[in-house]
Design a protein around this ligand. Structure first.
Ligand code: SF4
Length: 254
């Protein structure tokens, strides 16, 4: 599933309410430095059009949409960066966040600004600083164990969970942690990030990161591989409970 517009929606999001989407990535293909086995946008492709949407196009389109919504007396609960890949890879991500804050303040003061990110770029000071300016920096960590994260997220570069945790520690209560739980077999590897070893490592990571809130979820739509299984709500809720007992607010997507 690809988003073929720069500004899309608004859609009703269980997590964010009425959410107006912003896609900084190409509208005809996915662009991401992960290649998650569960990605709703499908696998990365070699032939992808690597053109990021231009900052000016994004600003103009967002202004038109927010103005139209204001004229209708409708305001999104969230202006949300998601779309066809990883938004923080955009070379002008920080400037686009500044534009978005200015437009939100002009047309839709009650709207939160949210970014769904795989957290791979937060080592970059400019990206981290931009994410710290917004309301909801929703950062992904799918396992507390590097080997498992490598199997689930298939990063296109050297990746270390410890390094990501270290970078996330700078956010503390200014970030929301997001984790996808699943099991299945991919490329001959059995993958299950719900085992006791995994959930203990995950909780350990949660405590180190100390996020404001945690969102956990499982597969909801078609994935690029058919071998993955959804985790039941009860199982997700049991995992959530372990974090709740440590004082964390955890939202489980139904
Ligand atoms: S980080 Fe997001 S966009 Fe990138 S591959 Fe994973 S699910 Fe897809």
């Amino acid at each position: 599933m690809l988003f073929n517009e720069i500004i899309f929606g608004p859609v009703n999001s269980r997590r964010l309410g009425v959410s107006l989407g912003i896609n900084l990535l190409p509208t005809a293909s996915k662009l991401c430095n992960f290649n998650c086995i569960y990605c709703e946008c499908g696998w990365n492709t070699k032939t992808e059009n690597k053109r990021f949407n231009l900052r000016t196009e994004i600003r103009i389109n967002l202004e038109l949409k927010l103005k139209a919504m204001k004229d209708d007396n409708k305001y999104p609960d969230s202006i949300t960066f998601s779309g066809n890949g990883e938004p923080t890879m955009h070379p002008e991500f920080a400037e686009i966040i500044n534009d978005t804050i200015a437009l939100r303040n002009k047309y839709s003061q009650t709207s939160k600004i949210s970014v769904l990110s795989n957290a791979t770029m937060i080592e970059n000071a400019k990206v981290a600083e931009a994410l710290l300016k917004i309301d909801n920096a929703i950062l992904k960590l799918d396992s507390g164990i590097t080997g498992t994260a490598m199997l689930i997220n298939k990063p296109q570069f050297a990746y270390s969970v410890d390094k990501v945790i270290e970078c996330m520690q700078k956010f503390k209560k200014q970030m929301v942690l997001q984790t996808m739980f699943l099991r299945g077999i991919y490329d001959g590897h059995k993958i299950d990030n719900t085992t006791e070893t995994e959930t203990v490592a995950w909780l350990d990571a949660v405590k180190k990161i100390d996020p404001r809130e945690i969102m956990i979820y499982t597969i909801d739509r078609k994935t690029p591989t058919d071998s993955l299984q959804k985790i039941s709500f009860d199982e997700l809720d049991k995992i959530a409970e372990t974090a709740r007992k440590s004082g964390y607010k955890v939202h489980v997507a139904k």
